[in-house]
Design a protein around this ligand. Structure first.
Ligand code: ZN
Length: 488
């Protein structure tokens, strides 16, 4: 039943023709595991996520028409079958528009979130569409101008020379670097539209509600003004758009661009070989060919792959910038990297199943090189302290409960490894820092996947739902953090 990957027939190669959103189904999870191992170059979104579906297991992917024909011919449907969900090209005709011009007028107008507005006003936000890359900057300037929110520019410029900017939202007037405990990032995968908007609207809501002594409402979830103050008081450092080069490229071409635009490893004549998957570039078991079992591919060494890991850990300015924030705000204890599209909240670890009984099985132990990443085996499972595991799960469950409570749709909390491992991701790297150096603050790292499976360009209605869902999730996440403990 194994089918080798068809290099050269990858989804991106088919962008000019047709791109298909499909699902693979199998009775047993292990069958999908084998399938991914044999077809690791397929575009599974941020990472392969397997969901339960009517007594079966389901795996979403984006593939070309040629690929679909190939799988229809070669897969044994008794084991793994493929179903076409829709054509992404056709669907793109009804996606939320990218904003035109500058709705924030160079920062003279500040954004205002959904939670502080009446639902009757959502239509106007929906029509205005997804923030264009320039609007991400002017929205941030607007928040600085209106509320005195501190802005910062990270030290490493992107290949195309774009600045990466962040903000610090806190109840206190004077921002102290040692009093910020929460870190949120988005826009690391360029095509995941609405990620930056979700973060900026959330911070806008907090600042507005704090100033006007109001609460916030997201669908059926309501938060009081005292909860707003509690959340803002936790100190939130955020970078809404970690990959501005990629976002500009995706918005200009609507080609589902995911990576950055660094051409260092590019192959002449292959436009897909430009760029690094920034979320495989962090120093977490980065050198996967050595660290993992040879049967799994938690990233890719192929520059044309969507999951190309770069030339070294932190070879990219964007990943270095993300990491730099921890040197500036050393007490950050809770982190979420916001992605789409799956409807999950993932928590550590992402390289193998968690276990809390054998400290020797840990990512720094060279004795286990070549053994990691095969889920549900006994050769290797990643060590996590039981108390950390409990804390991490508790916050994850509360966060997804709040997202479900909005009333729009389901979200599933799960360990990041799920069915299949990932290396070099920002959430695991964040959590691993303390494991390597106990003088650092321990960071609980998460990946939030808003939106609908592999649907990176939301419809206008989904765009609104995504803002409401994620914003309720962020509220609950920080409230949970405050209760569990802000100090690591
Ligand atoms: Zn992603």
């Amino acid at each position: 039943m194994k089918v080798s990957a068809l290099l050269g027939l990858l989804p991106g190669a088919a962008l000019a023709s047709d791109v298909l959103n499909v699902a693979f189904y199998a009775k047993e999870r292990s069958q999908l595991f084998d399938f991914i191992s044999a077809n690791s170059e397929i575009d599974y979104g941020c990472r392969p996520v397997v969901m339960a579906a009517d007594g079966e297991h389901k795996l979403h992917a984006i593939i070309s028409e040629e690929h679909l024909h190939h799988f229809k011919r070669s897969l044994d449907p008794e084991l793994v079958r493929v179903e076409l969900l829709h054509s992404i090209n056709k669907r793109q005709e009804s996606t939320a528009p990218i904003g035109k011009g500058d709705r924030f007028k160079g920062g003279r107008i500040a954004p205002r979130g959904f939670g502080s507005r009446k639902p009757s006003e959502y239509a106007e936000l929906q029509r205005a569409g997804v923030f264009n890359a320039d609007e991400v900057y002017t929205a941030m300037k607007g928040l600085e101008r209106k509320y005195g929110m501190r802005l910062f520019t990270t030290p490493y410029k992107t290949f195309e020379g774009n600045k990466i900017i962040g903000g610090v939202a806190n109840k206190a007037q004077k921002v102290r670097k040692d009093k910020q405990y929460i870190y949120l990032t988005s826009g690391i995968h360029a095509r995941e539209r609405g990620g930056p908007d979700n973060l900026i609207y959330f911070i806008s809501d907090l600042l507005y509600a704090n100033k006007h002594r109001k609460g916030l409402t997201y669908g059926n979830k309501k938060y009081t003004n005292s909860q707003v103050k509690k959340v803002l008081g936790a100190g939130i450092v955020f970078i809404p758009m970690l990959n501005p080069d990629g976002v500009r490229h995706d918005q200009a071409n609507s080609n589902l661009w995911r990576k950055n635009r660094n051409p260092a490893s590019a192959i002449a004549g292959d436009p897909l070989s430009v760029g690094v998957d920034l979320n495989r570039n962090f120093d977490f078991l980065w050198n996967f060919t050595q660290k993992f079992d040879p049967s799994v591919s938690p990233a890719s060494t192929n520059p044309s792959s969507q999951a190309f890991y770069g030339t070294a850990p932190f070879s990219e300015p964007e990943s270095k910038d993300m990491a730099w924030v921890y040197t500036q705000y050393p007490n950050i204890h809770w982190y979420i990297d916001v992605h789409s599209a799956a409807g999950t909240l993932l928590y550590s670890w992402g390289d193998d199943n968690n276990q809390s009984h054998d400290r020797k099985q840990n990512l720094f132990n060279l004795a286990y090189d070549g053994k990691r990443g095969v889920v549900n085996d006994d050769l290797y499972n990643e060590y996590i302290d039981q108390c950390d595991w409990d804390n991490i799960r508790l916050a994850a469950n509360r966060t997804t409960d709040a997202m479900i409570g909005v009333g729009g749709r389901q979200y599933v909390p799960q360990q990041a490894v799920g069915l299949y491992p990932t290396s070099g991701a920002s959430d695991d790297w964040s959590f691993s820092r303390w494991h390597k150096d106990k003088r650092l603050t321990k960071v609980y790292g998460y990946t939030m996947e808003f939106g609908y499976a592999t649907n990176f360009y939301p419809s206008p209605e989904e765009y609104v739902q995504n803002v409401l869902d994620t914003n309720a999730g962020f509220m609950e996440f920080v409230l949970s953090a405050v209760e569990i403990g802000l100090k690591g």
